[in-house]
Unconditional design. Structure first.
Length: 541
């Protein structure tokens, strides 16, 4: 069933801070200027419709703002958007004027997107979901944001996330932050959206914007993309600028695209993938960019390719295993050769990875806070601030990871250097790369996730395992997830992983699989999973 959104002039109340329902009634009563079907609207289709004059970028932006008011603030109340950009409609009008004059900047011209709230946007709060950073309003866009603006994208707003990108507590609940509250999964509202890019995953799945940007250290793009029925790509570390992003780990952090189709993700990556250096820091539009990744959208990309299935990533959930077997059958039918592979020392890098993140979080956060010129000005002050505001910041879980990071020394410590070398070797040279080479395979495949678990603020996350893309995160190499089916209506994803700088090939594989299966289904906003056969049948109609 199609959902039509009336395009109206939104009140200013909906263009400001986080989780403010004020103005919703006025939106509902406002007269419709036109009707736009934005549910599941792709970037390419939106671009084509604007080119034909069916609607303008400003009208498209208005439509998304109204859907946010109806779906995110009220209705299912996904709580995925933490702040809206007050300049979004004005920015869209400027881009419409450019189009009218014959100037179109590229495939993202007039396309509305959402950014995770750990990415600097000039004038907007960048908080990592923490009330402690509620007054952090960067004066300058992150490098990638400047790239997006130069490409004609409209920054619609910021999305909620697991506070401090899920690096605060060992007992945290994904998708919860002290500034934004708890984000819901649009497929089944009492289920978790996974983290830390929970808000981006939930919002893009629910068509609150055309495309979105998340960030990942280990699983924070792949898991929320997969659990929310999206395509998500974690690039090679360093392929996308980290300037202006609140950090966890310089060894593993990266931003990446999230969308409802592989084509949308490829178009967004074509803008994001650009290195910042001394020559381009003040002019991100001139940065040396990667290729146009949309040229790799080849439905025949799997023919004759060898893929290695990491069997160690299976056996956690019968529904995931069954979906994976169906995925293998689809890959084989598309011409791929799928073999079972064994990864030596699977998971042996976990302890070293945590040590690396603890050291690098302390170093990176201190540098970010100092450069921002705000309070708290250091990790020490952040810990103290959290303690002083415990009732608001830590009602459900503590800050064990912050304390562990504070106890670490500098990046010159032999313990850190050894842990960094060990983690990258075990996951990279001796793990993913060795497996690719020894088996002569083009990519490694694994399930991206298990089914979404029930959100539980008291007990924290209970994912039950099932994700197999963590090896690429630690190795610093790219991975992409694409929908492969569902478990009782809860989306499941298939992950492709390759060596450094293999994004183009992985996009081709994911696109071919997507076109062969068309496994994504839009969310239905069920309040909970059905408990009787009759309810289950109704839910799947």
């Amino acid at each position: 069933m199609k959902t039509w959104i009336a395009v109206v002039a939104l009140p200013a109340a909906l263009l400001c801070g986080c989780n403010d329902n004020e103005g919703t009634d006025e939106v509902a009563k406002a007269p419709a200027a036109m009707m736009i079907d934005i549910v599941e609207l792709s970037a390419a289709d939106a671009q084509a419709k604007m080119a034909r004059g069916e609607f303008t970028a400003r009208q498209l932006t208005q439509a998304y703002l109204e859907r946010i008011a109806a779906i995110d603030r009220t209705g299912p109340a996904l709580n995925s958007v933490i702040e809206l950009n007050a300049a979004a409609l004005d920015d869209a009008a400027v881009l419409d004027a450019e189009r009218a004059s014959g100037h179109v900047r590229g495939p993202l011209h007039g396309i509305a997107l959402l950014l995770k709230d750990n990415i600097d946007v000039a004038g907007m709060v960048n908080s990592a979901g923490s009330l402690a950073l509620g007054n952090n309003r960067p004066k300058q866009d992150a490098f990638l944001v400047a790239r997006l603006r130069a490409a004609g994208a409209i920054i619609l707003g910021k999305t909620n996330l697991s506070e401090w990108a899920n690096f605060r507590s060992t007992h945290s609940t994904s998708g919860w932050s002290s500034r934004g509250g708890q984000t819901r999964n649009p497929y089944v509202l009492d289920r978790n959206p996974c983290g830390s890019s929970a808000g981006t995953g939930s919002a893009i799945s629910a068509s609150l914007a055309t495309i979105g940007v998340g960030t990942e250290t280990d699983g924070s793009i792949i898991c929320p993309a997969a659990i929310n029925g999206l395509v998500g790509l974690k690039p090679t570390v360093g392929a996308v600028s980290r300037h202006g992003i609140i950090p966890i780990s310089s060894s593993q952090d990266t931003a990446g695209p999230m969308g409802r189709t592989v084509a949308d993700v490829a178009a967004l990556l074509s803008v994001l993938a650009a290195a910042d250096d001394a020559n381009t820091a003040n002019d991100p539009a001139k940065a040396h960019a990667g290729p146009d990744f949309t040229v790799f959208l080849n439905a025949g990309a799997l023919a004759g390719k060898r893929l290695g299935l990491a069997r160690k990533s299976l056996g956690f959930n019968a529904d995931v295993d069954a979906a994976m077997e169906r995925a293998v059958a689809a890959l084989t039918a598309a011409g791929a050769i799928v073999i079972d592979v064994k990864i030596e020392g699977y998971g042996s890098w976990d302890a070293a990875e945590l040590d690396v993140m603890l050291y690098e979080f302390k170093d990176g956060l201190n540098a970010y806070l100092k450069a921002a010129g705000i309070k708290p000005a250091s990790l020490t002050e952040l810990i103290e601030w959290n303690d002083a505001h415990r009732d608001r910041v830590m009602p459900w879980f503590g800050q064990e990871l912050l304390l562990m990071a504070q106890a670490k020394g500098s990046l010159k410590d032999p313990e850190y250097i050894e842990a960094r070398t060990r983690a990258r070797r075990l996951a990279g040279a001796d793990g993913l790369l060795a497996t690719l080479s020894a088996n002569r395979i083009d990519a490694l495949i694994a399930p991206s996730n298990g089914p979404a678990w029930v959100t539980d603020l008291v007990l924290g996350d209970r994912s039950g395992g099932g994700g197999g893309a963590g090896i690429a995160a630690v190795a610093g190499t790219p991975s992409i997830t694409v929908p492969m089916g569902n478990a009782h209506g809860l989306p499941l994803g298939l992950a492709f992983m390759g060596p450094a700088d293999s994004e183009a090939q992985l996009i081709g594989f994911a696109f071919a699989f997507e076109q062969a299966t068309h496994a994504r289904t839009p969310p239905k906003f069920l309040p909970t999973l059905p408990t009787t056969p009759m309810q289950a049948a109704d839910a799947h109609r």
